[in-house]
Design a protein around this ligand. Structure first.
Ligand code: RIB
Length: 329
């Protein structure tokens, strides 16, 4: 027997929209309503009271699955989502995926049972089939930041490649000639695009060598270790672009431990724009992402679809801003 989810899938709308057409609770765009009614007729769907009460009813809950809220970037993102959702009277359930695909699939399975109205994932490990299955069940999903380059749901992130170029060009303008890069985990599209932006600019410099790049884990310790490795290979490094602010903070720590003066001897630039960069010694130059705005935009796009709007399966890259401070003066 056809369920409300079958109707939503066939009509290409959310379950909540089907419920609104059946219960005539809120106004629905006439074309959308016609699509839903056609699907109901085609499937001979019979809404039963209990199923209608549960499955179709908007629960007023959205799920936000982030990699790790211990990294200050993600709470700022979550705040942007929650402030928009809360204005619409929705509750946000937060989960940490630790960038583990299995954890993400478990969240999807468990939260679907709680009839959440939609998902926002900041994930590089969510699988295309998970996105597809949610879409087919009429459950809206939006990918944020590390999201896949997918064609089946909206993706919102910063223009990471352009931001990396901004960072490196700034270091060059500040007189750096031997510029290193501590790059984030390359399974993340954000880290990959920043490395590409770095290479695009330094590749033109005399004396550039791939050994000026060292891997990091987007955390403080890997930034500290990255400087140790870099200075063993290239003691004459005079500029460091770190793929995120936590690694840049680790780099400042390592340079200070070695008695190397920042910015006099080595200039350092990070990426993200987390508030910690305002209190480091020296204050850290960074490329600020519109973190709060990204979260808010993801929430608005998701809520639009939950309320019956049309899904735009586009990749939206927001501009970033260079914030020069003492670490590159
Ligand atoms: O600091 C965490 C990093 O992971 C950020 O740069 C963000 O873009 C995410 O990809």
């Amino acid at each position: 027997m056809a369920t409300i989810r079958d109707v939503a899938r066939l009509a290409g709308v959310s379950v909540a929209t089907v419920s609104r057409v059946i219960n005539k609770t809120d106004s629905v765009n006439p074309e959308t309503a016609a699509q839903v009614l056609k699907a109901i007729e085609q499937l001979q769907y019979e809404p039963n009271a209990v199923a209608r009460g549960l499955a179709g009813k908007k629960m007023g809950i959205i799920a936000l699955i982030l990699p790790d809220i211990l990294n200050p970037f993600f709470p700022a993102l979550a705040r942007g989502v929650e402030d928009v959702a809360q204005k619409k009277g929705l509750t946000v359930i937060l989960g940490n995926s630790d960038d583990l695909g299995l954890k993400e699939s478990t969240y999807i399975k468990d939260l679907k049972k709680k009839y959440v109205d939609g998902f926002i994932f900041a994930s590089n490990t969510i699988r295309e089939e998970d996105v597809e299955s949610l879409r087919k069940e009429g459950i809206p999903i939006v990918l944020l930041d590390r999201g896949l380059n997918t064609a089946s749901c909206p993706v919102i992130r910063s223009n990471n490649r352009a931001g990396a170029k901004l960072a490196v060009q700034h270091l060059i303008e500040r007189g750096c000639q031997k510029i290193a890069h501590i790059y984030g985990p390359q399974e993340f599209i954000t880290a990959r695009d920043r490395l590409l932006g770095y290479e695009e600019v330094v590749g033109e410099l005399e004396g550039y060598s791939p050994s000026l790049m060292v891997s990091g884990k987007f955390d403080i310790e890997s930034g500290r270790q990255g400087v140790e490795h870099l200075l063993k290979r290239h003691p004459q490094v005079d500029g460091i672009f770190a793929g995120n602010d936590l690694m840049a903070i680790g780099a400042l720590k390592a340079l200070r431990e070695r008695g190397i003066l920042v910015p006099e001897q080595v200039k350092v630039c990070g990426f993200d724009g987390i508030s910690l960069t305002e209190i480091t010694e020296p204050e850290l130059t960074t490329v600020a992402q519109p973190i709060y705005e990204m979260g808010g935009l993801a929430a608005r796009i998701l809520l639009n679809e939950i309320e019956g709007g049309v899904r735009e399966n586009t990749i939206i890259e927001l501009d970033v801003t260079l914030i020069p401070r003492k670490s590159t003066q």
